[in-house]
Design a protein around this ligand. Structure first.
Ligand code: B12
Length: 528
C-alpha cells in the first residue's frame, strides 16, 4: 500500500512523520513524506495535485500541531474535492481534541501513530474503506457516522520502532511552485531545516516528568500516562552512527523534554559510547530541578555544548501559582552555577506576555535573571494558550483570551514592551544598568525609556551577537572549521536577531494569508 504523509510545518524537522514513515516501510508499505511549509490556499496548487496524482497513495496522513489546525482543515477539504483518497489526521492537536478533528478527516489517530497507521493500511488493503477499521487509537467517520476505537497503551518498547533518519530519501517538499526531493536537493533541505541542517534532532525518551499548566504535556499524560519511556543506549547509538555518515551533521540536538531524566547507569554507558563512536558536540534540554553535578560533568566530558533550561519566570509566584511549575528560582540559580562551572553554554527559555503577570512580577524576573552567572543567553517566547491545558481552561473561564488565540503562531514575535526589551538585553548588560532601568511605569522618567531604547538597539546588534559567537566558539572548543560550519548553517537565524521580523518572514507571510482568507472565504474557517 502507498502512504503519503503530509506536514504543514514551516521547518523540515518532522519527528512524528519520520517515525511513522520508517515503521510503515519496515512493514512493507511504500511511503512518501511531503512538506508543504505553511501551505494555506483556497485551491490546491497544480504541482501538489500532480504529485499526488502521480504517486496515487492509498492513504494520506496529515500531522498537526494546534497551529496547523486551519491549514489542515482547508487542505483536507481541497483533497476531498480532488481525490477519493481517505485522509487520516494525527499529531498533538488531534490527541488533544479528537472530537473536533474527526469532523473533517476520515480517520483520526488519538495516540501514537506508528502501529496504528500500519494497521489502517493493512485494513484498507484487506477490507476496503467502507468497513470501519477496528484499530486501537483510530476513530473513523464513514457516511457521517463516527466509530471510536479505544486507546492503545503507548509503545513500551521504543527500541522496537525503526529510528529516524537525518534525511530520508523519500522526503519531498513544495518550494517555489514545484515539488522537490530533499535528498536530491540538500542545499534546499538546509534552507528548511532548523539550524541550517547542521543538527540531527532526535529524541531518546517519550514523556515529561513535569505537568506545567501552559504545556501540552499536562494533557498528554491522560493519554500516554506519566511514565517516561526510554530507548536503550544501543538503539540511540545505532541511529547516531547512521546519522554521522552524513558529513554535514555537526551537532546532535536531543529534543527530549528533559534529557536528565535518564538514570546514572544509562547516562554513564551513553556518554562513554557516544564519546567513542560519535564524538560530536551535542545539546540537551533539562529541567533545573534535575540538574545534577555528576550527570552534568559526565555529559560535558562526552561533548555537551549547550544546555537549554526552561526558567519561564523569575517570580516564584508566577511559576508556582500561574504556571503550576514547582521550580523555585533558587533552584534555577543553583543549576545555573553548575552549568557555568561545567562550561556548557546555558540557554534559558522565558515566557513573556502573560496577562496574569503584574509589573512587579516582571521586575522580579528581570532582577532574578540579572543575578545569573554570565555569560548566558536567553530566548523569550510569547505565552500561547494551546487547547486543553489547565492554563487555557482558566483563561477561558476568566474570559481573558480568544479561544483561537493559539492560531497566531505568528506570534513568534513578542510584544515590544519596556520590560520585554529590558529582559531581552539583561544577559548582556551590567547588573547596575539593569537595576537602574528596572522600574515600574509610574516611577520611570523619559531618560529610562530613552536609555533603554538606545541600549536595546545597540546591544542586540553588537554585544548579543558577539556573546553568541564567543559561546559558540567555546562550545566547539575553538575548532575553526566547526565554528565556520556552524556560522554557515546558522547565518539566517543570526540575521534574524538584527533584522526585525526576519525569523518569521514565512510565518508572517502565512499570517497575512490566513487573515486574508478568513475575510474573503469565511466559510473555510467555520467549525461545523
Ligand atoms: C520536537 C518538538 C518540536 C520539533 C519538531 C516537531 C515535530 N513536528 O516533530 C520542532 C523544533 C520543529 C518544534 C517546533 C514547534 N513546537 Co514543538 N515540540 C517538540 C516536542 C518537544 C517533542 C515532539 C516529539 O518529537 N515527540 C515524539 C514524536 C514521536 O511524537 P509526536 O510528534 O507527538 O508524534 C506521534 C503522535 O502525535 C502521532 N502523530 C504525529 N503526527 C501524525 C500524523 C499521522 C497521520 C498520524 C496517524 C499520527 C501522527 O504519532 C507520532 C508517533 O507516535 C513536543 C513536546 C511533546 N512532549 O510532545 C513539542 C510540542 C509538540 N511543540 C509545541 C509547539 C507549540 C511548537 C511550536 C509551535 C513552538 C513555537 N512557538 O514556535 C513550534 C512549531 C513550529 C512550526 N512553525 O511549525 C507544542 C504543541 C502544542 C500544541 N497544542 O500544538 C508541544 C506539545 C510542546 C508544548 N510545550 O506544549 N517542536
Amino acid at each position: 500500500m502507498k502512504l503519503l504523509l503530509i506536514s504543514l510545518q514551516s521547518n523540515a524537522y518532522v519527528a512524528g512523520l519520520k517515525y511513522i514513515g520508517a515503521n510503515a516501510r519496515a512493514n512493507g508499505h511504500d511511503v512518501r513524506i511531503l512538506l508543504l511549509p505553511g501551505y494555506i490556499d483556497s485551491s490546491l496548487h497544480p504541482a501538489i495535485e500532480d504529485f499526488i496524482r502521480d504517486y496515487n497513495p492509498d492513504l494520506i496522513g496529515i500531522s498537526l500541531m494546534s497551529i496547523e489546525f486551519y491549514p489542515a482543515k482547508i487542505l483536507t477539504h481541497l483533497l476531498h474535492e480532488k481525490f477519493s483518497i481517505p485522509v487520516l489526521w494525527g499529531g498533538v492537536h488531534v490527541v488533544l481534541t479528537p472530537d473536533e478533528c474527526i469532523k473533517y478527516a476520515d480517520y483520526v489517530c488519538c495516540g501514537e501513530g506508528e502501529r496504528a497507521v500500519v494497521l489502517v493500511l493493512n485494513h484498507l488493503r484487506d477490507k476496503g474503506r467502507d468497513v470501519p477499521p477496528e484499530v486501537p487509537n483510530i476513530w473513523s467517520r464513514i457516511n457521517g457516522q463516527i466509530i471510536k476505537q479505544p486507546l492503545s497503551p503507548p509503545e513500551e518498547n521504543l527500541d522496537s520502532l525503526p529510528y529516524q533518519e537525518y534525511l530520508p530519501e523519500y522526503y519531498y517538499f513544495f518550494h517555489n511552485d514545484r515539488i522537490y526531493n530533499f535528498s536530491r536537493h540538500p542545499e534546499l533541505f538546509r534552507r528548511y531545516a532548523l539550524y541550517g541542517g547542521t543538527c540531527h534532532m532526535m529524541i531518546t525518551t517519550r514523556g515529561c516528568p513535569f505537568s506545567c499548566g501552559y504545556c501540552a504535556n499536562s494533557s498528554l499524560v491522560s493519554v500516554y500516562g506519566k511514565k517516561i519511556r526510554e530507548r536503550s543506549v544501543e538503539n540511540c547509538l545505532e541511529e547516531l552512527k547512521a546519522v554521522k555518515k552524513d558529513p554535514y551533521v555537526l551537532y546532535i540536538n536531543f529534543e527530549d523534554d528533559c534529557f536528565l531524566v535518564h538514570g546514572m547507569k544509562w547516562l554513564k554507558k551513553f556518554t562513554e559510547e557516544y564519546k567513542k563512536h560519535i564524538n560530536l558536540p551535542f545539546m540537551v534540554r533539562a529541567i533545573p530541578t534535575m540538574v545534577d553535578m555528576e550527570k552534568l560533568f559526565m555529559l560535558k566530558k562526552a561533548g555537551l555544548s549547550w544546555i537549554i533550561m526552561g526558567v519561564q519566570s523569575g517570580s516564584d509566584h508566577v511559576n508556582f501559582d500561574i504556571y503550576g511549575r514547582k521550580v523555585p528560582f533558587a533552584v534555577v540559580k543553583k543549576a545555573a552555577e553548575l552549568v557555568s562551572k561545567s562550561r556548557a553554554v546555558p540557554y534559558y527559555e522565558m515566557i513573556v506576555d502573560n496577562p496574569y503577570e503584574t509589573e512587579q512580577d516582571m521586575i522580579e524576573t528581570i532582577n532574578a535573571m540579572s543575578t545569573l552567572k554570565k555569560p548566558y543567553t536567553t530566548s523569550l517566547a510569547h505565552l500561547t494558550f494551546f487547547p486543553g491545558t489547565p492554563l487555557t481552561q482558566k483563561a477561558l473561564k476568566d474570559k481573558i483570551i480568544d479561544p483561537e488565540a493559539y492560531l497566531h503562531r505568528y506570534m513568534i514575535e513578542i510584544e515590544k514592551t519596556y520590560f520585554n526589551k529590558l529582559l531581552n538585553i539583561t544577559p548582556y548588560i551590567p547588573q547596575f544598568a539593569v537595576r537602574f532601568l528596572n522600574k515600574t511605569e509610574a516611577s520611570r522618567k523619559w531618560l529610562h525609556s530613552f536609555l533603554l531604547q538606545i541600549l536595546h538597539f545597540v546591544v542586540r546588534r553588537t554585544v548579543e551577537p558577539a556573546v553568541y559567537l564567543f559561546l559558540i566558539a567555546r562550545s566547539l572548543d575553538y575548532k575553526p572549521d566547526w565554528i565556520i560550519r556552524t556560522i554557515e548553517g546558522n547565518w539566517r537565524s543570526a540575521v534574524s536577531k538584527v533584522v526585525p521580523n526576519y525569523p518569521g518572514k514565512n510565518d508572517l507571510k502565512y499570517g497575512k494569508k490566513l487573515t486574508y482568507l478568513r475575510k474573503t472565504m469565511p466559510e473555510l474557517f467555520e467549525r461545523d
